[in-house]
Write a protein that binds this ligand. Sequence first.
Ligand code: SF4
Length: 558
Amino acid sequence: MKRLDTARLLVGAAIALAAAAFAAPASAADTVTISGRAYAFNHMSTYLSGATIKVREIPGLSATTDANGDYALEVPDDANVTPYIDPPDGYNEIDLQTFHTRGEDIDNANFQTPGDAEYNGLAAILSVPIDAATGRPAYHPAVLLKLYIYGYLNRIQSSRRLERETQRNVELIWLTGKLMPDFKTIADFRKDNGCAIRQVCAGFVALCRTMGLLTQASVAIDGSKFKAVNNRDKNFTRAKMERRMAQIEESVARYLQQLDSADRQEPSDVLKTKTNRLKQKIEKLKEQMRRLQVLKVEMLATPDQQISLTDPDARSMATSGRGSGVVGYNVQVAVDTKHHLIITHEVTNVGTDRSQLSSVAKQAKATLEVENLDAVADRGYFSSEEILACENAGITVTLPKPMTSGIMAKGRFGKQDFRYSAEEDIYICPAGERLTYHYTNEEHGLVLRRYWTNVCQSCAIKQTCTSGKERRISRWEHEHVLEAVQRRLDERPEKMRQRRETVEHPFGTIKARMGATHFLMKTLPRVATEMALHVLAYNLTRVLNIIGVRPLMAAIRA
Ligand code: SF4
């Protein structure tokens, strides 16, 4: 990073000097004039008026051609200048040669720019791809991908800002080889190439594996909520909708009451203005209510009874802070515990992590191409079915069980105070009694075996055990899998600290890069593309920090 930072400082200084130079008006002796005429290609009697003549090296300079297609442009002396034409509609942008100015004006710097028909014909002969939107040669995807990776590394994720930076940021001018795509081209690349961008992200992880950076089959899994473009006020759940409607009704009632009391007062101009204002407010609120009623019908028709107006895929989600929440997406990651590289990630709009464990862990295992994988997660992922699915897939998970039962809060024994004996298939209670198997039933899709003893009524410590007739213990048919998870956690409690340190690194870095902002794109597939760019930028920085630039370049070329 030091090398990059130094480069950035130097580049910053260069930009400052250049800016100062361009800001100061040049004296007559410091400039020369480039002049000429703009024609239609092969039609020398067709002059192009209203075309803009610019200089690649100096974005601020421009001149417009007159009715005869003539222009004159003052440029710095002793400098490289490449004039180009930004022509009227129907013609195509072309560059003249690069001149080095040597104290003399340059005349007859004429442009002959082809019309669309000739241009496309020539392009077809030369097999040059044409951008369907602009009719100009398409940018190579590598240029636009480089631009985005640079942007995501440097907190410039917006296509408009990237367009500006390609014109003034020396690092980017070098990186793109002076190409300056417009913001729409930049935005469309991200919008239309989501699948390919996600493949590049996955390809980089595969490269990390071949470089030997992912030798440990051990990952930490975590999720974090990221804000969507959708504002909280533009998201409605059933509760929010009812709250908002109640607020409107309350406000209408208050204004009606004020109108009633105004009616009882002596008429005056001031009173008339006040009543008019109140009537307007009431009308506005009624309009809002009508809109909400329409939205309510739409909202109730959705599967999760929630509607987001700006980004339809964004969902209201609770975050760790008490009473706080975001309208956004839940990003799941599996992070390698040694180098903190993101092995796999997935953007979901499900607000909880409970159903995510096995899918993320299986993806990580497939990416690492290992037989067995160790995965550690927090208690938010605890789900019996998910843990069993991991076990069946050769993934050893370690995670704590959430204490959701209220029984311990009441000062009574928890299930962990009852010891299971596999040989006898019984539980031994804190009083030393044997709870035997009685029957099996199904609850929430889980097959549960029930155990109890008939001596509870005469037990001396019954009040600290149960308020019922007897204490019953349930055992899931695959309970041994959950017991193994608990055993692993008891043997290696430090794994939880390791998990926190591992996952905080990528999320902390990515969120710091995003700043206080949020995803810029809408809908799940596009947000997934944006996240892939964040992950790619993060992993790239990690690898550069771990092995340095040269070994990485060598591995990419290999
Ligand atoms: S109440 Fe029943 S299960 Fe609980 S400690 Fe007493 S005998 Fe054991």
